[in-house]
Design a protein around this ligand. Structure first.
Ligand SMILES: *Cc1c(COP(=O)(O)O)cnc(C)c1O
Ligand code: SF4
Length: 330
């Protein structure tokens, strides 16, 4: 299937994404009195949300599950002391600029520091991207590092959002990775197919042609995020033999209910995507108000397991610094 979007529509959509809290409040008929706190919180981490994503939000509803993920609010400014800038201690696993090697047999390459949407709970909201841009010379070192670690057979492109780079860059990058003969798979962790589905163009599909098996892991937290445009984007990826998974973050007031998560799994499956991980929130500064207790999380996952076929139940995981994999919570 051919995607219906023109090649450069996504860049246009990005350039008109909403970054002024005043405009977001107005578009959704929300109380203008929310503006002062929103502006304060946006100073720490800017508002950014594409208009197509806003179109999936309910008007007049400050508790809309999509809005809550993106609207800067005052609660972000009051952070408990155990919510930190780098709770995962990733800086210490930063082998080279842009490269994280925490787990066996796979490395994570920060391909772009930018995102189309700024998720308020993001564990990378405090991440130092400026010192993590490998640049062209840096990439040569990254490829050398991978070559000298023959057990590494999978490269994960992450960020930020790796699909924020243009098709030429991506195609060259994939070509260089495919030249490393031990590599079997390339995995792309991206929220763009959800928040900016027009990114899935014919040009992108062409850039993803490689001898490597391609896996795309999208990020949706609530069934309302998935509309027809997302379905179209996923079908396009599926048609080129790309394996599709979803990961979510468990977020208070957004998806901390078995009903919502059942609905999400069903919706994902209907567009060809299997649930992969449900992450407990990382203790990142500014995001404490999204935290769900571990006990509640376990109860939710038990209800999911009692309701859905096993393949539609995501794995509940948390990330603990120093562990050799994500830790299963059960
Ligand atoms: C999450 C993560 C991975 C991927 O882990 P999987 O369990 O294979 O999905 C790889 N590297 C880093 C640094 C990660 O944080
Ligand atoms: S798209 Fe992903 S990396 Fe970007 S802000 Fe959202 S959660 Fe963070």
């Amino acid at each position: 299937m051919n995607p219906p979007w023109s090649e450069h529509q996504w860049q246009k959509s990005l350039s008109v994404a909403v970054s002024d809290p005043k405009e977001l409040l107005a578009l959704l008929n929300l109380d203008p009195n929310l503006l002062v706190e929103s502006l304060c919180a946006a100073e720490e981490f800017k508002l950014r949300v594409p208009r197509g994503f806003i179109a999936r939000m309910r008007k007049n509803d400050i508790n809309d599950p999509l809005l809550m993920q993106v609207l800067p609010i005052g609660k972000e400014l009051f952070s408990p002391v155990d919510y930190l800038a780098d709770p995962l201690e990733e800086q210490t696993k930063n082998i080279l600029p842009g490269l994280l090697h925490k787990y066996a047999n796979r490395v994570l390459l920060i391909t772009s520091g930018a995102c189309a949407v700024h998720c308020r709970y993001c564990f990378r909201r405090q991440f130092d991207y400026s010192s993590n841009n490998p640049g062209r010379n840096g990439l040569v070192e990254v490829f050398d590092y991978i070559r000298s670690n023959p057990s590494v057979n999978e490269v994960i492109l992450s960020g930020g959002d790796p699909l924020m780079v243009n098709d030429n860059y991506l195609s060259t990058l994939l070509g260089n990775i495919a030249d490393i003969c031990q590599i079997k798979r390339i995995r792309i962790h991206t929220r763009l197919p959800v928040v900016l589905p027009e990114r899935i163009t014919r040009g992108l599909i062409k850039a993803l042609q490689t001898r490597l098996k391609v896996v795309v892991v999208i990020h949706a937290n609530h069934p309302n995020e998935i509309d027809d445009s997302v379905a179209t984007a996923m079908r396009t990826l599926q048609d080129s033999d790309i394996t599709l998974f979803n990961q979510s973050v468990l977020l208070k007031g957004i998806n901390d209910s078995a009903t919502v998560l059942c609905d999400l799994s069903e919706r994902l499956f209907s567009i060809g995507v299997l649930p992969y991980y449900l992450h407990l929130l990382d203790k990142i500064k500014g995001a404490a108000h999204f935290a769900v207790s571990k006990n509640k999380a376990k109860r939710i996952i038990q209800t999911l397991a009692a309701t859905l076929p096993g393949y539609l139940v995501p794995k509940l995981v948390e990330e603990r610094p120093g562990e050799s994999a994500k830790t299963l919570v059960c």
